[in-house]
Design a protein around this ligand. Structure first.
Ligand code: SAM
Length: 287
């Protein structure tokens, strides 16, 4: 019986006297339809190297091992190590590492275990570190091709949001600069054990080969974005002026806005990624 069957999950947990650790965001998947949807959304072939963050007792890992060439699974909880050893025994294409995924050197892991290939990341993410993990996988030169991840429903909404909506923010712009998001499934609380407090969603982020907008200094653009959203409901001029680390003069901000055809009354939360890119380039010239 596969681990995804609730009966099997309970059997494994009882056999090992496993106690859930809230600190590690442990909500194990027990719904076969959701499992199928995750694997389908990840579009795996036997050529693929998968990186799974937080395998738990190995439920998703089992399905990934059937669909992909190899699976590298990183789990932080030492109590799960003997369980994974047993549940995934005999699966030669699975490697389990006992590590904090946030501290993993993905470049080295890819070289060492995946012949330098970019990973397809597939995970039911621990919710307490969703944003730092997703950003680390998207940013920089992480050898990652796509992410198919279970996140809180409201986080998925923020990743997919449109300008001017309540969900739109720095996370939206970062996700959309690096990738194209697509909602693969909505997942209710009863698909997990134990039941989480909030609903979830599976989101697929396919990394862009080149970003959808050109900007001279992406790091500066993201500093400007963060400053704009720190001062929600204020004008962009005020938000940027109050961001001490940017050291922007009022006059320079107004000049840059004018160059971009934006009103001095405009609020940051209404600007598109293209507009933030243009504003960043205009401000850069005046710094
Ligand atoms: N993949 C399993 C499933 O779907 O049933 C478990 C998912 S559970 C939501 C999250 C898993 O991530 C847990 O096994 C937890 O111990 C692990 N985890 C939490 N923080 C982690 C970290 N920093 N690095 C690696 N794994 C972590």
């Amino acid at each position: 019986m596969p681990l995804i069957e609730p009966k099997k999950t309970i059997e494994v947990l009882q056999k090992h006297h496993f106690v859930f650790n809230k600190r590690f965001g442990q909500n194990f998947l027990i719904d076969p339809h959701v499992l199928e949807k995750i694997v389908a959304a990840a579009e795996l072939t036997k050529e693929d190297a998968v990186l799974e963050i937080g395998p738990g007792i190995g439920t998703l890992t089992e399905a990934l091992s059937d669909a992909a060439g190899m699976v590298l699974a990183i789990e932080i909880d030492d109590k799960l190590m003997p369980i994974l050893k047993e549940t995934l025994a005999g699966r030669e294409n699975v490697i389990i590492l006992h590590q904090d995924a946030l501290k993993a050197d993905l470049q080295e892991l890819s070289t060492h275990y995946a012949g330098g290939k970019a990973f397809k990341v597939v995970a039911n993410l621990p919710y307490y570190i969703t944003t730092p993990i997703v950003m680390a996988l998207l940013e920089g030169n992480a050898p990652v091709e796509s992410l198919t991840v279970m996140v809180q429903k409201e986080v998925a909404a923020r990743m997919m949001a449109k300008p001017g909506t309540k969900d739109y923010g720095a996370l939206t712009l970062a996700v959309q600069y690096y990738s194209e998001p697509y909602l693969a499934a909505n997942v209710p609380q009863n698909c997990f054990m134990p039941r989480p407090d909030v609903a979830s969603a599976v989101i697929r982020l396919k990394k862009h080969e080149t970003p959808p907008v050109g900007v001279q200094d992406p790091a500066l653009m993201f500093r400007i974005i963060r400053a704009s959203f720190n001062a929600r409901r204020k004008t962009l001029v005020n938000g940027l002026k109050n961001a001490a680390e940017l050291k922007l003069q009022d006059g320079a901000i107004r000049q840059a806005l004018e160059k971009c055809g934006l009103s001095e009354m405009v609020r940051g939360e209404t600007l598109s990624l293209e507009q933030f890119a243009a504003l960043s380039d205009a401000l850069r010239e005046l710094m």
